[in-house]
Design a protein around this ligand. Sequence first.
Ligand code: FAD
Length: 317
Amino acid sequence: MSILIYAESAEGKIKKVAFELASYAKKVAASMGTTVTAVTINNSDNSALAAYGVDKVLNVSNDKLNNFSAKAYADVIAQAAKKEGTQIVLVSSSTDSLYLAPLVAVALEAGYASNVVALPESTSPFQVKRTAFSNKAFNITEISTPVKVLGIAKNSFGLVENAAAMTEESFAPSLNDADFGIKVENVEKVTGKVTIADAEIVVSAGRGMKGPENWGMIEELASVLGAATACSKPVSDIGWRPHSEHVGQTGKPVASNLYIAVGISGAIQHIAGINSSKVKVVINTDPEAPFFKVADYGVVGDAFTVVPQLIEKLKAF
Ligand code: FAD
């Protein structure tokens, strides 16, 4: 009855969110006297999971799963949970996991809590702390079903190294055509760029940049920091930047360690999507801009002066 985590991977590497899940799972497992099992899909080298306390890996290898399919992936995880007699299934808050988690919960007749930000408040009754109302409030949710599915918010639980003597076994769940009802024909990957979902640092810019021709300095700042680039909604609406960079309530959520907002006013809909970031920095000419109320650090200044100076300093660092 171990705790099961879905360990996501990309391009042959386990993602950092999986190590966060393993760290979380290990703590809960220790308090419940049980072990941690990870299920991985088409990833040959899972050895890195051992450092974070994973006791066993169930490795699924199936060409049909090369492209993400929420139903099929959810079935894999649910079958792994049944095989292990799992009571707690942990998934991350990645776009893929947000999509598949409710399907896993349905397959296991489990209660599901998303946006979990802390270790369980109590395991009997089972209660977890979650964010609500676009990260403006917390609530305590009680799950009373025997099996529980938890979506752990990114960056809410730090990595804890805890080496385990991990074993690995192949697992071949039974999948049928209905699992692939939605077929992904083609996946286009942006190579050489950090994606917003995986980024530790995000450099984001808004209408204060005046036009798309001025984004060179934003991209350069992002490149120096190894960051992803993002933008406010109007910037992508008017076509200065691609829609894939739009962050906020109606765009992508950001939970990076550092979020730098350049020429962004800090409207409530923007903040709602980036509020989970650990450290927020704003560069804005208007000291009354609402962003300053939520920022950890702020520079009242012109982006066209401040950003080049910042790049110069960082390069000299
Ligand atoms: P502006 O509000 O025009 O702000 C530009 C800022 O740049 C100003 O604060 C200005 O002082 C500053 N500035 C100007 N020149 C400079 C300079 N040279 N150097 C430095 N600073 C400068 N918005 C989102 O971003 N994401 C969302 O998901 C989102 N969802 C929405 C959903 C709904 C239902 C609605 C109604 C709105 C939504 N919005 C969203 C829009 C949101 O309300 C704001 O209109 C938007 O965030 C403003 O974008 P901005 O800060 O880039 O532009």
